[in-house]
Write a protein that binds this ligand. Structure first.
Ligand code: OSB
Ligand code: MG
Length: 367
């Protein structure tokens, strides 16, 4: 396949409900959509960088700069046999995985549409439905947290993740357990703690959490290994895992028992497949994270999460929790059993509503 044009859309959508992590509260989401055109077809991708460099050092502006200035010239007019080769072709650009992923994932969509196959089939997916969980941000009160969890459990979600930070951790978990008993529950600290907090974090052990996600710094592996030896809750890494090599080091160092795969964080679908396979060969469970994606990124995530080693419910939930309306039709929805169907049309298999993209677009560029 040969891409002849790349279009970028800087978009902003209001969130249905605010989302608060250990680094702050957001009421809307700014992101970059990527459209690639070639061989009479199109492909869509979504770069998950945010407007600020708090989760990741990348931002929507660095994504724009890197794609327009460095990625597009390596892609446009270059013939690729298969989208698995795109990530390697971008190797001379160091880092900037979210920028790379926006383009790489659009090229997988383009390729799958050219083959007339669902993206999941081309990626090596083995299931028709994926298990869905929710990530619930820090709230104004514990009562508000319990009310939100109640609503999500009633909707059928298979597991609950709550965000924690110092001052909103042990008591939050105690209250959730007291109210809802032994539900599948996990916590995400977004790097809000240090090794000095090991004794505090060990107080989570009796609560039988599925995992604690990224307790320590975003660039740390070795302190996580020390922490994992001191607590029984399985450590799951998110922010720290930028490459398959770092994942290998983290597994060798016993820094985690579980890994959260986000294709945006590792550079797209190919790197995610390699990470997934590495974890499978080491008995490390994986699950699919989320970045408050619009329906375009969300559809990509669903296809990727159909691979066999995604054995825990992911942070891939229904569109209506995030954007109303979403940028796609029909919106992503969950069934009563807490699963989401993998779209069966060609490519990501959802209809993109261009008028809604136009409404959300702050800036557009055609390369
Ligand atoms: O750490 O997993 C995270 C959202 C934005 C940035 C980082 C994270 C998250 C989530 C939300 O937890 C998951 C979702 O519902 O998309
Ligand atoms: Mg996380």
């Amino acid at each position: 396949m040969t891409v002849e044009k790349i279009e970028l859309f800087l978009c902003r959508l209001p969130l249905v409900q605010f989302f608060e992590t250990s680094f702050g509260r957001s009421y809307d989401r700014t992101f970059v959509l990527v459209r690639v055109v070639g061989d009479g077809h199109e492909g869509w991708g979504e770069s998950v960088a945010e407007a600020n460099p708090y989760y990741s050092s990348e931002t929507t502006e660095t994504v724009w700069h890197i794609i327009a200035g460095f990625i597009a010239p390596l892609i446009i007019g270059t013939r690729f046999e298969h989208p698995r080769d795109v990530y390697a072709a971008l190797k001379r650009i160091r880092g900037h995985n979210m920028a790379k992923a926006g383009v790489e994932m659009a090229m997988w969509d383009l390729y799958a549409r050219m083959q007339g196959q669902p993206l999941a089939t081309v990626l090596g997916g083995t299931r028709r439905r994926i298990a869905s969980g929710v990530s619930i941000g820090i709230q104004d009160s514990f009562d508000q947290l319990l009310e939100k969890i109640d609503r999500e459990l009633s909707a059928g979600y298979q597991r609950i993740k709550i965000k924690i930070k110092p001052g909103w951790d042990i008591e939050a978990v105690e209250r959730v357990r007291a109210r809802f008993g032994n539900i599948p529950l996990q916590v995400d600290a977004n790097a809000a703690y240090s090794l000095d907090d090991a004794a505090l974090l060990a107080r989570l052990d009796p609560h039988d959490l599925l995992l604690i996600e990224q307790p320590l710094d975003y660039d740390d592996v070795m302190d996580h290994a020390v922490l994992q030896a001191r607590i029984t809750t399985p450590v799951c890494l998110d922010e720290s895992i930028h490459t398959v090599r770092i994942a290998r080091d983290a597994i060798d160092a016993k820094a985690c028992r579980i890994i959260n795969i986000k294709p945006g964080r590792v550079g797209g679908h190919q790197a995610s497949i390699e990470l997934h396979d590495l974890c499978a060969s080491h008995g490390i469970a994986v699950w699919h994270g989320g970045m408050l994606e619009s329906g375009i990124g969300r559809a990509h995530n669903i296809h990727l999460a159909s691979l066999p080693n995604f054995s825990l419910p992911g942070d891939i939930a229904a569109s209506r929790r995030y954007y109303q309306p979403d940028l796609i039709e029909p919106a992503i929805d969950i069934a009563k059993d807490g699963t989401i169907a993998v779209p069966q049309g060609p490519g990501i298999g959802v209809n993109i509503v261009s008028e809604r993209i136009a409404m959300a677009t702050l800036r557009h560029l055609s390369l």
